[in-house]
Structures are given as structure tokens and as C-alpha cells.
Design a binder for this molecule. Structure first.
Ligand SMILES: Nc1nc2c(ncn2[C@@H]2O[C@H](COP(=O)(O)OP(=O)(O)O)[C@@H](O)[C@H]2O)c(=O)[nH]1
Ligand SMILES: [Mg+2]
Ligand SMILES: [Zn+2]
Length: 288
């Protein structure tokens, strides 16, 4: 029976079997490095013998624009932002692009709802995202936790918690996984390491078929080097209009006959998404 990889390092990791028991795993060289969230087969010695085909992967770009996978087999990504530390202007646009490109459902969570929302992007754009159909939920972990609306949306399947260091991912994990202490205790007994310094994504179980993946904090989420067609898949509501542009390779900057800019002018497409598209397109140029 398959186990789920809940942590993965260079040549070893930890797997959880169907009974919820943890086991150290050794990765033989012939395997490409498996990811947290992978479904795997092990032999009696805990050596990896097979990695099942992935439904998808989620990842980020490193400083040089290379794709760095973080976890596999996700049903949704929970993108956590908070008034403090406030995200950069394009953090949310980048996360949403990564989700759309990998066909992973995004869920925007504004944590620390006990604090006032800053009057700046992306907080001023939240209504705009909602109008475009992006699901949005408010949570707070202090002074008393209120995560019910989020819990309702992640009852089944695998959800990844993403977001800057300090926005409250670990606090949300605590509120959403009742036996978290027992799970992290069991994990550190298997790895022989403390659990306070998470340097890798870790899969937690919330129930029979519900998983929640915590990711190590990053300050800024960057995309990886990709062509304009791929980036455009990251902006589905913009891509919808693009097939009516005069030029097939229209980048929706200043080309004549651009249906995307026309949609912005007529109010069909919100300007803040078009402007974000132009910034992320320009951002790609630093990889060349
Ligand atoms: N005011 C407020 N503070 C919060 C809330 N959730 C978490 N925090 C605080 O934010 C800080 C960072 O939280 P943590 O869960 O470690 O964030 P992580 O780095 O994303 O895992 C801690 O001091 C938390 O107590 C919240 O809803 N409201
Ligand atoms: Mg944390
Ligand atoms: Zn165009």
C-alpha cells in the first residue's frame, strides 16, 4: 500500500503509511529527488522503490530564475497575507500566476483580521480579486482564533500553506490541526531533529483524506524564467481576451489591435490586473 512522503531532503525523508505511522525513507540515487506530498512505495528496509505519477507540483523561482519545486499533489494553495508584515505589491499576483500555471486552485487568506487593513495594494485590490472569482477568506489566530471559514474550505484533499514569514502560517496550522503537537513530536522522534527550524515543506494530516502542507517562510515569492505564453496562463482572465488581439504574439503593451487593452478601456478587465501583467512581464527580462 502507498505511503505519503511528508518530508524530503537530498537522499532521505519521512513517509506516513495508511495507518498514520511514520517511517524514515532512504532515496536511492536512481530516483530524481522526490517531493513532500509524493505517493511512494517502500520496501521492508524503508528504501524507496517507486514514486507514483504526480497530479501537479507547486514551486517558486530561485534568484537565477530556475524552478524550485516545493511540494507535489496539491488540490489547492492557501496564499496567506497579513497587514503585518505587509506583502510587496506583486506578491499576490505572482502566487496566483504560479497557481494558474500549475492548475492548482488558489485560496486567498487574509490573516490577522484583528488588525486594520493597510490602505495600499494588495489590500485595496482584494474586492477586485473577489470580483474576478478568486476565493477569499479572512482568518485570525489572535486574540482568539477564528479559522472556521478556512477550515470549511479545506475539509478534503491536500492544501498547501504559502506566504511570507510572519504572516501566521504556523499559527493557522496550529488552529487547523488539532493533534499538531503529537504529529510534530512523532516526526522529531523519527528524524532525531527538533521541529523549530523548518527548512523543508512538511505534510500534516487533518483527517482521513485531508492534508495540510506547511512551507518554510520566504520573504519574497519569485516566479521562475518562463516564456510569455506560459506567463499568460498565469492570468486566465487576461488570456480570455488575448485570442482576439490582432497579433498572435501580442504582449498587450502598445501593440495595435490589442483586445486586452480594449477590454481594460471598456471596463471588462480591471486595470490593476493588466498593470500587474505588464510588471511581471518586465520582471521576466532580468532572467535574460
Ligand atoms: N495580531 C495577530 N497576530 C498574529 C495572528 N496570527 C499570528 N500572529 C502572530 O504573528 C507572528 C508570526 O506567526 P507565525 O505563525 O510564526 O507565522 P509564520 O512565519 O507565517 O509561520 C507571531 O508572533 C504570531 O503570534 C493574528 O491573527 N493576529
Ligand atoms: Mg512558520
Ligand atoms: Zn493584446
Amino acid at each position: 500500500m502507498s505511503s505519503r512522503l511528508i518530508q524530503a531532503h537530498a537522499n532521505h525523508g519521512v513517509a506516513m503509511n495508511a495507518a498514520g505511522e511514520l517511517q524514515p525513507v532512504h532515496f536511492p540515487r536512481r530516483f530524481e529527488r522526490p517531493l513532500p506530498g509524493d505517493w511512494v512505495e517502500l520496501d521492508a528496509h524503508g528504501t524507496l522503490t517507486a514514486v507514483h505519477d504526480r497530479q501537479n507540483r507547486f514551486g517558486r523561482g530561485d534568484g537565477r530564475g530556475r524552478f524550485r519545486p516545493i511540494a507535489a499533489n496539491l488540490d489547492r494553495a492557501i496564499i496567506v497575507i497579513a497587514p503585518e508584515p505587509a506583502p510587496s505589491r506583486d506578491l499576490l499576483h505572482r502566487y496566483l500566476a504560479a497557481c494558474a500555471i500549475h492548475a492548482i486552485e488558489p485560496l486567498i487568506v487574509v490573516n490577522k483580521a484583528d488588525l486594520p487593513l493597510p490602505q495600499q495594494a494588495p489590500f485595496t485590490e482584494l474586492e477586485g480579486f473577489k470580483a474576478l472569482g478568486y476565493p477569499l477568506t479572512l482568518t485570525r489566530c489572535l486574540p482568539t482564533p477564528d479559522v472556521d471559514a478556512l477550515a470549511e474550505r479545506i475539509k478534503s484533499g491536500t492544501s498547501l500553506l504559502a506566504g511570507q514569514s510572519g504572516v501566521g502560517k504556523s499559527s493557522l496550522l496550529n488552529a487547523l490541526v488539532p493533534d499538531l503537537d503529537a504529529q510534530t513530536g512523532a516526526l522529531s522522534r523519527v528524524t532525531g531533529k527538533g521541529t523549530h527550524t523548518t527548512t523543508t515543506a512538511t505534510v500534516h494530516r487533518r483527517g482521513e483524506n485531508a492534508w495540510l502542507i506547511d512551507t518554510p517562510g520566504v520573504w519574497e515569492f519569485g516566479l521562475w524564467q518562463m516564456d510569455a505564453e506560459t506567463l499568460q496562463r498565469g492570468f486566465p482572465e487576461l488570456a480570455e481576451h488575448a485570442n482576439r488581439c490582432k497579433f498572435r504574439d501580442c504582449r498587450h503593451r502598445s501593440e495595435p489591435g490589442c483586445a486586452v487593452r480594449k477590454a481594460v478601456e471598456s471596463g471588462t478587465l480591471p486595470a490593476f490586473r493588466h498593470e500587474a501583467w505588464l510588471r511581471l512581464l518586465a520582471e521576466q527580462e532580468r532572467f535574460r
